[in-house]
Design a protein around this ligand. Structure first.
Ligand code: GSH
Length: 219
């Protein structure tokens, strides 16, 4: 197998890359990493010293590719029928902007709230929660007039949106009046690639610290 993905089925940034792999039916070896196991940590750290996943290894070019957005751009050379980053420069700029909005203003604050719970630090998470709510408003406007986060085609931005919104909505409900955000989320979770990722995560959901907030339809 030419590609190996170092990942965990529960990890949100890994979901982002899995969605892109499944969108284009790209063959890969899935190498699960248990961050609690010393040997696995050593394996991941050897590839990426920050010891964070996902990391993609391309055995043909003998290259390790870290960072979910960069991995997804890299994967476009293997699954060209449905590019996750458009070839057109202007469209690509929009996709990258929305990927950044989703990562920086939904995914990362969500991750900080989850990590605070895991570490029992009981920090003030009001700022993180407010950032997520601001992003919800922006996304609601963005998807009011177009089917996907950055336009008419499913893209890197939607790969970012799926796990970010999935986990964020277990922490901060989507306000009822954000009807376009609700509709967009339903469209995202109906996408076969996203359904597959969520189905594979299901056995691990009890490890999620906000497990009780995951809606029953996902369990
Ligand atoms: N910016 C990175 C973030 C990766 C990341 O934070 N991964 C989490 C899992 S979702 C992780 O490896 N956490 C382990 C740790 O921080 O010890 C990306 O986009 O890939």
């Amino acid at each position: 197998m030419a590609l190996t993905l170092y990942y965990h089925p529960l990890a949100s940034f890994c979901h982002k890359v899995l969605v892109a792999l499944y969108e284009n039916n790209i063959a890969f070896e899935a190498r699960m990493i248990d961050l609690g196991a010393e040997q696995d940590r050593a394996t991941l750290s050897a590839l990426w010293p920050f010891c964070k996943f996902p990391v993609l290894q391309d055995h043909t070019s003998q290259r390790s590719v870290p960072e979910s957005s960069i991995i997804i751009e890299y994967l476009d050379r293997f699954g060209e029928q449905n590019p996750m980053v458009p070839r057109n420069a202007e469209d690509a700029l929009q996709v990258r902007l929305w990927d950044r909005i989703l990562d920086n203003h939904v995914h990362e604050p969500m991750q900080n709230i989850v990590l605070d719970r895991i570490h029992g630090s009981q920090g003030d998470m009001a700022g993180a929660r407010a950032t997520i709510q601001t992003a919800y408003g922006l996304i609601n406007q963005q998807v009011a007039s177009q089917p996907w986060a950055a336009g008419h085609n499913f893209s890197l931005a939607d790969c970012a949106a799926a796990p970010a919104l999935f986990y964020a909505h277990t922490l901060e409900a989507f306000p009822e009046h954000h009807v376009h955000l609700h509709a967009y989320f339903e469209k995202l979770i109906a996408r076969p690639s996203v359904q597959r990722v969520l189905a594979e995560a299901k056995p691990y959901f009890p490890m999620y610290p906000f497990y009780s907030a995951i809606p029953a339809r996902f369990l």
